[in-house]
Design a protein around this ligand. Structure first.
Ligand code: GH3
Ligand code: MG
Ligand code: MG
Ligand code: MG
Length: 335
C-alpha cells in the first residue's frame, strides 16, 4: 500500500520536456537543404526529413515530431493521402501538419484543410514566417501533450489512492496479531447478518470461544509465546470453517467469536465441538493448568433474528453459555 502511495507523489514524476521537432516530408533535396538552413541556428529546434513518401508515416511514428512540414506533390504518393494517413493513426492524429506547397491556390488550400492540415505555406516562405508557424503549431501541440500527460498522471494518482483506500479498509478490519477479523469487523458482520437473517427468516448462530487458563500460560512462557499460541488458535479455527460466510473474529484478548449465518443450533454445536477438539489436538503444553495443555471453552447461542430480539441479545446469550462452560470445568461446549 505504501508503494502505491509513494508512486503517486508528485516529486517522483518528472514532467516530460518536449522539444520542437520538425519533420519535413519533401522529395526535393534542394527544399530539404533550404529548410535545414533556415532552422540551422535555432538551438531549440530539431530538424529531420524524409524524401521518400513511403517512409513518411513510419519516420513520423518513430520521431514523434511536434510538427510535420508536408509537400503535396511527391513521386510515390501525394500529400493529401499522407495527411489522411496521419489522421487515421492514433499516434499521429493530433500532430500539426503544415502543407508546404509550390502553388498558391485556393482550392489546394481548401482541400489541404479538409483532409486535416493545420496550415498552408507557399514554398519557399520567408524564414521568419516559417519559424513563427513552426513554433506556433509546436507550442499548441506540446501543451496538448502536457495536458494529456497531466491528465494521465492524475488518473493514475486517483487509481493509486483508490487502491490504497481499499487496502486501508481491509487492514482496518483485521486484527494485527492474528490476521483474522477484528472486533470492529465482528460488529459489522453481526449487524449485517442479523439484518439478513431477519429478512430471509434464516437462523443465525454465534460461538463465543475463550482459551482456558491462558493467564497461567502467559505467566509460564511469557507474552511472546502467548501471542504465538493465539495465532495458532486463530489459524486452527479459521482453517476448519468450510463456508465463506462464516467469520472468525478476535473478540478480545484470548476470546474469539465465530459468526455462523444460516446455521441452526445443531449445526452450530457440531462446529463448536469440532473447534474445541481441534484446539485440544494442537497439544500445546500448558503444564500449570489442570489439563496440562491449551484448551478452549465455547458458549453457543442460536436464533432466528426478529424484531423482538437483537444481535446484542445473541452475544449476551453466547457469553452466558461461555460463562457456564468455564464454571462447569472448562474445555467444553455449552448452549
Ligand atoms: P479462563 O480459563 O477463566 O479463561 O482463565 P484465563 O487465564 O484464560 O483468563 P483471564 O481472563 O484470567 O486471563 C486472560 C489472559 O489472557 C490474561 C492476558 O495476559 C492474556 N492475554 C490477553 N490478550 C493477550 C494477548 O494479546 N497476548 C498475550 N500473550 N496474552 C494475552
Ligand atoms: Mg514535391
Ligand atoms: Mg477471557
Ligand atoms: Mg481465558
Amino acid at each position: 500500500m505504501s508503494d502505491a502511495i509513494a508512486a503517486s507523489t508528485f516529486e517522483d514524476q518528472a514532467v516530460t520536456q518536449f522539444k520542437v521537432r520538425v519533420l519535413l516530408v519533401d522529395d526535393q533535396l534542394i527544399i530539404v537543404e533550404a529548410v535545414r538552413r533556415m532552422l540551422s541556428d535555432q538551438s531549440d529546434i530539431e530538424f529531420h526529413y524524409v524524401t521518400d513518401a513511403s517512409d513518411a508515416a513510419s519516420t513520423a511514428l518513430e520521431l514523434q515530431p511536434t510538427v510535420i512540414l508536408q509537400d503535396l506533390v511527391m513521386p510515390n504518393s501525394d500529400g493529401f493521402t499522407l495527411i489522411r494517413g496521419y489522421r487515421d493513426d492514433p499516434a499521429l492524429r493530433h500532430v500539426p501538419v503544415i502543407v508546404l506547397s509550390a502553388k498558391d491556390d485556393a482550392k489546394l488550400k481548401a482541400h489541404s484543410f479538409s483532409v486535416g492540415a493545420n496550415d498552408y505555406v507557399v514554398k519557399l516562405p520567408d524564414r521568419l514566417e516559417l519559424l513563427a508557424r513552426i513554433r506556433y503549431h509546436s507550442a499548441a501541440y506540446i501543451s496538448r501533450l502536457q495536458r494529456d500527460e497531466a491528465f494521465q498522471f492524475l488518473r493514475a494518482s486517483q487509481k493509486n489512492l483508490a487502491d490504497a483506500n481499499i487496502e486501508l479498509q481491509k487492514l482496518a478490519a483485521l486484527d494485527s496479531l492474528t490476521g483474522i477479523a477484528n472486533r470492529r469487523r465482528f460488529d459489522e458482520v453481526m449487524r449485517s447478518e442479523w439484518q439478513r437473517g431477519k429478512r430471509d427468516r434464516k437462523p443465525l448462530s454465534l460461538l463465543m470461544c475463550d482459551i482456558d487458563c491462558f493467564k497461567i500460560y502467559n505467566d509460564t512462557f511469557g507474552h511472546l509465546a502467548g501471542d504465538l499460541c493465539l495465532k495458532k488458535a486463530a489459524a486452527v479455527l479459521t482453517e476448519h470453517l468450510k463456508r465463506p460466510a462464516d467469520v472468525v473474529a478476535r473478540y478480545g484478548g484470548e476470546e474469539f467469536a465465530i459468526v455462523l449465518p444460516d446455521t441452526g443450533l445443531d449445526g452450530a454445536l457440531l462446529i463448536a465441538n469440532a473447534c474445541r477438539s481441534h484446539i485440544e489436538q494442537l497439544a500445546i503444553d500448558n503444564p500449570q493448568s489442570p489439563t496440562g495443555i491449551i484448551t478452549m471453552s465455547i458458549g453457543v447461542a442460536s436464533i432466528v433474528p426478529s424484531k423482538d430480539d437483537s444481535a446484542e441479545g445473541l452475544v449476551a446469550r453466547a457469553d452466558k453459555a461461555l460463562y457456564s462452560a468455564k464454571n462447569d470445568g472448562r474445555n467444553q461446549v455449552i448452549v
